[in-house]
Write a protein that binds this ligand. Sequence first.
Ligand code: B12
Length: 348
Amino acid sequence: MSLAITADARAAFDRHLAHGDEAAAAGLAVRLVEDGVSAEDVLLDLVGPAQVTVGARWAAGEWTVAQEHAATHVSEQAIAAVSAVTAAVPHGPRADGTAGGVLVACSDGEWHVLPARILSEVLRLRGHDVRFLGGHVPEARLVSELHQTGPDLVALSCTLPMRLPLAHRLIQACRPVGVPVLAGGTGFGPDGIWARTLGADLYAADAPTADELLRRQWPPPLAGRPSIDPACAEAYAQFVRRRSELLHRVVARLHERHPALRDPTDHEYDTTTANLSNLLDSLAAAVFVDDTQLFTDFLSFATAFLTARSLPPDHLGTVLETPAELLRDAPLFMGQLDTGRGWLANNA
Ligand code: B12
């Protein structure tokens, strides 16, 4: 039986992340495994929760992006060290006990890489033959991998719901070669509700559940049926055609309306543009899957993000004015925007 991870070990690991001390973090993770904690528990129960704290510190403005990147790198080194000292169980999901080929990819535009990295290692520990493609996998790269390596399954990780339309394209790209898609990650919504909307063949909330599902039937059948409303897909496609104009005008309006934001430095301009681009993509993704929760969840993140940086959340109200003017002829967008403005009035 695996030993439990103590509070002292967690505190020490968090400290190593805060100091960017990869040797100490990797050493601690390996020592836990040598002392009898299962490698899977170290990954899922130590490194995973520590990474949530890393992201939360950055979001709260306590840590700079550089501190967050350094800490995330240390987490990755700890995972690699655990991986190097553990052998995979020689018992794959195929009937003859050999490993099945799993290609793990993060959705296009997705830089939350650690969730997929941990998934990959846990599947490997459980006997799967895993190839990890890393973050932000565009459709062309996935298709080329499918043809070159011939996996039995694609495991698609999505943490940001705003990337769901791109995740849908990746799922679609697997269809012509008959490779089933297992979806996972918090971006697929509560209980993976949007994984089903996009037509993923399977969904699992965590790596152990994924392994159990795969062992029940290997390879999994192509069972997914997308249920995207054609009107939503069309409204999204029209948005894509107008996205750069919209973004340009939203950024300009924000700068002209708020005196404190006038004359931004190049860096401030780029950061604002990236943040507003995320907001528009969240709006469009909410239209695509036809769910207002996707948009209000993003507004909730954005409100907390601005508040933590002493910026008034009423900037968000200004930001929503421009799409409300330019997308008047798109009722699905107007519906989302009305819900968003109602949410801001009650919560921001
Ligand atoms: C760490 C983190 C970051 C780090 C990412 C570092 C890295 N390279 O990975 C940094 C700080 C860079 C970051 C950036 C951003 N983030 Co962030 N981030 C987080 C945070 C705090 C933790 C994510 C994490 O690593 N969890 C730990 C892992 C181990 O757990 P997990 O994600 O649940 O994954 C497990 C399972 O889900 C499952 N799983 C995962 N994938 C798969 C796939 C399959 C097939 C299966 C079966 C299972 C499976 O197994 C995993 C292992 O156990 C979350 C909030 C949260 N509490 O989740 C926000 C969060 C995801 N981020 C958010 C946002 C908005 C962003 C930014 C857009 C912020 C911005 N700049 O404006 C950027 C986007 C970056 C990008 N383009 O991808 C929001 C998303 C909100 C929303 N609804 O849209 C969240 C929810 C924060 C919040 N408070 O709202 N983030």
